[in-house]
Design a protein around this ligand. Structure first.
Ligand SMILES: [Zn+2]
Length: 236
């Protein structure tokens, strides 16, 4: 069941997650942007050029579903990519965009995070694709993610950041945490000789028991075994 927040609740949650992202080091300075879809397709989002660690409830910006501000405050120019997710999927009620160090480091080095390695990541996110490089703040960014947000709740932006989608703002934030934690685990694995992905049969089993954990299968579940993100069983 979808829970639609009051504007007051949404403002409080958006400020809490903004501060969490800043204090966890997922953004620095005035980086990052966050949004929640309210009833009537209104969007509550963080203002342009602001430090997200110091926001108050009154600093947030209300826009229509096309990103037009309904007050004098300006939303981030990167709100465009949030809107792609909202326009593409009715189940997305919140979007988080940040620059987590280890995960972004993988894109800078050209090393993929799209591997089935940790059961929890397989069950919650499936694989984590990287959208091609695009110039920040331009229409290149929404265009670069359009095909990925249809089936993925977490997408890396090459040489830039991470985008996570959720049924609420905490769900989107937890997915960002999962992405960065996964990247840190992968970094250690690379230092120790390289990650060894799960076998295809292990991934199939995981997908079958997602419901036991109260999870629906990730939207990209159908690609996990066939697209080379795990090891073939013949090598087991
Ligand atoms: Zn960014």
């Amino acid at each position: 069941m979808q829970i639609v927040l009051t504007e007051k609740q949404a403002r409080e949650e958006l400020v809490e997650v903004s501060r969490l992202c800043y204090s966890r080091g997922y953004i620095s300075g005035t980086e990052g942007n966050f949004s929640i879809r309210l009833a009537d397709n209104l969007i509550l989002t963080t203002p342009a050029g602001s430090c997200k660690g110091r926001l108050g409830c009154d600093d947030l910006v209300l826009t229509d579903i096309n990103g037009n501000s309904l007050s004098e405050k300006k939303p981030s120019t990167e709100l465009k990519m949030h809107l792609v997710a909202y326009h593409s999927r009715s189940d997305v009620r919140a979007v988080v965009h940040a620059h987590p160090t280890a995960a972004v480091g993988f894109t800078v080095a050209g090393v993929s995070l799209s591997q089935c390695v940790l059961p929890e990541v397989v069950c919650t996110l499936g694989n984590i694709p990287t959208a091609p490089y695009a110039t920040p703040s331009t229409d290149e960014i929404p265009d670069s993610i359009r095909e990925y947000v249809q089936k993925h709740d977490a997408v890396m932006l090459d040489h830039h950041g991470a985008l996570t989608l959720g049924k609420d703002i905490f769900d989107a934030f937890y997915k960002l945490e999962t992405v960065e934690h996964f990247a840190q685990t992968m970094l250690v694995a690379h230092m120790l000789g390289g990650p060894k992905p799960l076998y295809a049969s292990q991934v199939r089993k995981l997908l079958n028991i997602c419901s036991v954990y109260g999870l629906k299968q990730p939207g990209n579940a159908d690609q996990l075994v066939t697209a080379g993100f795990c090891q073939p069983d013949s090598e087991n």
